[in-house]
Design a protein around this ligand. Structure first.
Ligand code: ADP
Length: 481
C-alpha cells in the first residue's frame, strides 16, 4: 500500500533539523489543482543559516575516509529504492508525470547516488616527472567546499540527486533550493538523508517562493565555493553574473533545442521508437527532449505516416491512472505558451496532423500534436517547446542538415538515425552539441557525462567528469629531495 504521508514534509531542513517559517506556500497537484501541502517559505536569513550549517559540517565530512562516505551514501540509495513507490507517487502528485515515469525517476536519481558512492573511492591524484632531480610534482584532488544548488521542477528528485550525489561523494556539503512547484520530493530526500545517517549540515533543503532573494544568497555568500544550476538559459545567465563577485566555480545545465535527424538509410521503426521516447517523456518537458525533427525528403511521407500511427498510442490523463503516458503540463502559463507556438506555426503555414489544442478546457492537459512543413523562422523551431508537440521539417543533404541542426544558440542534446558508419562519424563530429544519441533516443545515465556546450551551459553531471566538477586540483611541488 502506498503512503506518501511518511515522506510528506512541510518544513525546511538544515543542520539536521526541520525548521518552520512565518509564512507558508501552497503546493498543488497540476492534474487537478488540488492543494497537496503548505510548505514553509524560507527567508534569505534562513538560507544563510543553512549555508552556515553546511560550512560548519564541511571539515568533518571532507575528512571522512571516502569509503565511509560511500557507505552512508549507499544507505541513502537503498532507502530511495526501498521507498520508490511512495516517492514516485509524491513526485507524480506535485509534478504531474505518469506514475511509471515518476518511479523511474526515483530509480534514476538513486542510481547517481550509487554510482558516485562507488566512484568516491576512486578519486585518484597524479605524480608527474619533475623538472629537476630533487623535485617531484604531486597532484591532489580535494573537495571544493560548500556547494549551493538551484533546481527546476521537471525532475524534482533526479536534478537534486545528480548534483548532491557528486558533491557529497567528493566530500562537499550541499544546500539546495528546489523549484517552488515541487519542493515535496526535495524534502522527502532530506527525510531519507537523515534516516541514512548523513550527518547534520551535509545535505540541506530550503524551499521558498522568493527565488530571487535566496538566489542572491546562494550565488553571493562567500562561504559557498561552488554554485550548480539547472534551469533556463535566461536565469542561468543572471546567476553567472551574480557568482562573478566571489568567483565561484559553476556548473550550468541550461536550456536545449535538440535536433532529431532521420536519414533516408535509417531504420524508420527504430527512429520512431527513439523519437517517441525522446519527445514525449514528461509530456515533452525536459531540456533534452527532441525539439526539431529533420527528416530526409524521400522518407518524409513514410515517416510521418508511421509517427502519426505511433502517436495514437499516447494516452493523456492524470498521472496516477493506469495506462496514462502523458500527464498535465506544469502550469497554465506553460500550456498557453505551447498552444501559442502551435497556433503561430499553423498560421504561418505548418500543417496540423493531429492534436493542436488542450485536451480539456480549463485544465493543463495538452493533446499530443504533430505538425509538418515547419520552417526555421517559426518560433516552434527557435524556442524550447516544453510540451508534447512534434514539428517536422524536411531536408535533402547531410551538410545542409548539420548546418540547420547547429543553427541555434543551444548545444545540449542531439539525436540522429542512420546505419551508414561513415555518415555516423561525420555527423557525430559535425554536431555542435554536448551529447549525441546515435540510433538512440534516451541517452542519460549515471555513468555518462551529461551536459552542454554553447548557451546550454558548462560542467558535466554523471561519470568521473561529473565528480571532477566538485573537486579542486592542488599541485604540490616537493623539493629538496
Ligand atoms: P523553469 O522554466 O524550469 O521554471 P527557471 O530557470 O525559471 O526555469 O527555474 C529554475 C530554477 O531557478 C527554479 O528553482 C526557480 O525557482 C529558480 N529561479 C527562477 N528565477 C530565479 C532567480 N532570479 N534567482 C534565482 N533562482 C531563480
Amino acid at each position: 500500500m502506498m503512503n506518501v504521508n511518511n515522506f510528506l514534509k512541510t518544513d525546511n531542513y538544515w543542520q539536521g533539523k526541520w525548521h518552520g517559517a512565518e509564512k507558508c506556500f501552497a503546493v498543488v497537484n497540476p492534474a487537478n489543482g488540488q492543494l497537496l501541502a503548505e510548505v514553509a517559505d524560507a527567508t534569505p536569513e534562513q538560507a544563510r543559516l543553512a549555508v552556515g550549517a553546511a560550512a560548519e559540517a564541511f571539515r568533518s565530512w571532507a575528512a571522512l575516509p571516502a569509503g565511509e562516505r560511500a557507505t552512508i551514501l549507499l544507505r541513502w540509495h537503498q532507502l530511495m529504492l526501498q521507498h520508490q513507490d511512495d516517492l514516485g507517487l509524491l513526485l507524480t502528485l506535485e509534478q504531474g508525470k505518469p506514475l511509471a515515469e515518476a518511479k523511474g525517476e526515483i530509480a534514476y536519481g538513486a542510481s547517481y547516488v550509487q554510482w558516485f558512492a562507488e566512484e568516491a573511492k576512486r578519486v585518484y591524484g597524479d605524480t608527474i616527472p619533475g623538472p629537476a632531480a630533487d623535485k617531484r610534482i604531486v597532484v591532489l584532488k580535494q573537495p571544493v567546499g560548500v556547494v549551493a544548488a538551484i533546481t527546476p521542477w521537471n525532475f524534482p528528485n533526479a536534478m537534486i540527486a545528480r548534483k548532491a550525489a557528486a558533491a557529497l561523494a567528493a566530500g562537499c556539503t550541499f544546500v539546495v533550493k528546489p523549484a517552488q512547484q515541487t519542493p515535496l520530493s526535495a524534502l522527502a530526500m532530506a527525510e531519507l538523508a537523515e534516516r541514512a545517517g548523513i550527518p547534520a549540515g551535509v545535505f540541506n533543503v530550503i524551499a521558498t517562493t522568493d527565488a530571487k532573494a535566496i538566489g542572491k544568497v546562494l550565488t553571493q555568500d562567500p562561504r559557498i565555493a561552488k554554485f550548480s544550476f539547472t534551469g533556463s538559459t535566461q536565469i542561468g545567465k543572471q546567476l553567472i553574473k551574480q557568482c562573478a563577485d566571489t568567483v565561484k566555480r559553476m556548473s550550468m545545465e541550461l536550456g536545449g533545442n535538440a535536433p532529431f535527424i532521420v536519414f533516408d538509410d535509417a531504420d524508420l521503426d527504430a527512429a520512431i521508437e527513439g523519437l517517441m521516447a525522446s519527445k514525449f517523456r514528461n509530456a515533452g518537458q525536459t531540456c533534452v527532449c527532441t525539439n526539431r525533427v529533420f527528416v530526409q525528403q524521400d522518407v518524409m511521407a513514410a515517416f510521418t505516416e508511421k509517427l502519426q500511427q505511433a502517436m495514437k498510442s499516447l494516452q493523456v490523463g492524470v498521472g496516477t491512472e493506469e495506462g496514462v503516458t502523458i500527464g498535465p503540463l506544469i502550469s497554465a502559463d506553460a500550456c498557453d505558451k505551447v498552444d501559442e507556438l502551435v497556433q503561430q506555426a499553423t498560421e504561418q503555414g505548418a500543417r496540423l496532423h493531429c492534436g493542436g489544442k488542450r485536451s480539456e478546457a480549463e485544465q493543463l492537459f495538452y493533446q499530443p500534436t504533430l505538425l509538418s512543413g515547419v520552417t526555421a523562422d517559426m518560433s516552434v523551431v527557435q524556442e524550447e517547446i516544453f510540451g508534447p508537440v512534434v514539428a517536422l521539417q524536411s531536408f535533402t543533404d547531410e551538410d545542409e542538415v548539420i548546418g540547420q541542426a547547429n543553427a541555434t544558440e543551444y548545444g545540449l542534446a542531439a539525436y540522429f538515425y542512420s546505419r551508414d558508419i561513415g555518415r555516423i562519424w561525420r555527423v557525430t563530429e559535425g554536431l555542435a552539441f554536448g551529447m549525441v544519441g546515435v540510433n538512440e533516443g534516451i541517452i542519460s545515465n549515471a555513468a555518462a557525462p551529461f551536459g552542454g556546450v554553447k548557451q546550454s551551459g558548462y560542467g558535466r553531471e554523471g561519470s568521473s567528469y561529473g565528480l571532477d566538477d566538485y573537486l579542486d586540483v592542488k599541485y604540490v611541488c616537493l623539493g629538496g629531495l
